[in-house]
Design a protein around this ligand. Structure first.
Ligand SMILES: Nc1ncnc2c1ncn2[C@@H]1O[C@H](COP(=O)(O)OP(=O)(O)O)[C@@H](O)[C@H]1O
Ligand SMILES: [Mg+2]
Length: 346
């Protein structure tokens, strides 16, 4: 029996999603194989040990019977393996992975570099460009400490008339996204120059780095990577968003938003996507798992890599586990495999 620490919650805008994912993982972990301790992190960043009685971490009083953890490091050191089911900042961005590295306890998922790269849309774009993976034309807008917005070009020159610069280079409409966004929080479409200024201000509340992208009329396709040095890639799944685009609401609250596995697009396109996904995972020095998301341009048929998620949504109906279930694995077997991959590294 392995002593396993499941970590859920966290300080990011995706706190509640982590509690949904974590609940599914907890219910499906094989109790014959693991002695499970659950650590809950609240939105302030405080750690708690959950009572054995709590198995639904989505309930409002999930921390009611919990005991505060005063020495997080000592808690980590007592484990054989750590499973962080955390999305977004301070969970999926390399910071907590750094703590796990210091503790020298094996943990599920990407290491420090892969996690932090994948969390930052600006920097992943640079890596993927070098790896020859096609991406939507984009610009990097920075909010300086003095509050001014500027476009930063590839040579690191700053352009003050950012709205004119963006419209000239990308046209309209564009998508505006905080560089560290997740679950579509702070993601907006801008349709005019005035709208663009407004949406950039809104996005800059989430991060000082903002991505502006040409808006693509697209089909959204996702694939799952699993492994360390010789990763496997799943079939391709398709998102059927109900609504304007794949917003936070359509992801988690809209019953009409559906997924379809395998995707309803040409086999050749799916094969290309699977190749790019593997290359993307290797380009960020991925470990364990990642979901890699693509756009297929409805007008031109061009494929673009949109983003890589190192801790994708993990409820039983989430795309990542569903893609492996489609491949013949059970959800519990997938968890076992992820834990095996974590133990393989140390
Ligand atoms: N350039 C774009 N063109 C069209 N739709 C986009 C574009 N960028 C983002 N979107 C829409 O916004 C959603 C969220 O953007 P994404 O980059 O995936 O951020 P997040 O990390 O928050 O999921 C996408 O799933 C898609 O529906
Ligand atoms: Mg996304």
């Amino acid at each position: 029996m392995k002593k396993l620490l499941l970590v859920v919650g966290g300080q990011s805008t995706e706190h509640t999603i982590s509690r949904m994912s974590g609940t599914s993982v907890y219910r499906e972990l094989d109790v014959q194989k693991y002695v499970i301790t659950v650590a809950g992190i609240d939105q302030k960043g405080d750690w708690y040990l959950l009572s054995d009685q709590v198995s639904d971490f989505t309930s409002e009083d999930w921390l009611a019977e919990a005991t505060p953890v005063h020495d997080v490091y000592a808690l980590l050191k007592r484990q054989d393996v750590i499973f962080p089911v955390l999305h977004g900042l301070y969970g999926e961005d390399g910071t907590i992975q750094g703590l796990f590295e210091l503790s020298q306890v094996p943990y599920v998922g990407c290491r420090v570099l892969g996690s932090s790269l994948a969390m930052d849309k600006i920097f992943t774009k640079k890596i993927f460009e070098q790896a020859g993976i096609p991406q939507v034309p984009s610009l990097y807008v920075k909010k300086r400490i003095d509050g001014r917005l500027v476009v930063v070009d590839d040579m690191m020159n700053e352009h003050t008339h950012y709205a004119d610069y963006i419209v000239e280079k990308l046209g309209l409409p564009v998508f505006v996204k905080p560089s560290n966004s997740g679950s579509s929080v702070g993601v907006y479409q801008a349709t005019s120059k005035e709208d663009l200024v407004e949406k950039l201000e809104a996005a800059s509340r989430y991060d000082h780095k903002i991505v502006v992208e040409k808006s693509i009329d697209c089909i959204e396709l996702e694939t799952a990577v699993l492994g360390n040095d010789d990763p496997q890639v799943s079939a391709v799944g398709q998102i059927m968003p109900h609504g304007e685009f794949y917003t936070f609401e359509s992801k988690y609250e809209d019953e009409e938003s559906k997924t379809c596995i395998p995707a309803l697009v040409d086999q050749a396109i799916q094969e290309k996507i699977r190749q790019y996904a593997l290359r993307a995972f290797q380009a960020i020095d991925g470990h364990g798992l990642s979901r890699v998301d693509f756009f297929l341009d409805k007008q031109t048929g061009a494929i673009y890599l949109n983003e890589i998620n190192t801790m994708p949504g993990f409820t039983n109906i989430s795309m990542y586990p569903q893609l492996w279930i489609h491949a013949g694995m059970t959800y519990s077997e997938l968890l076992d495999r992820l834990i095996e991959l974590a133990l393989e590294i140390h």
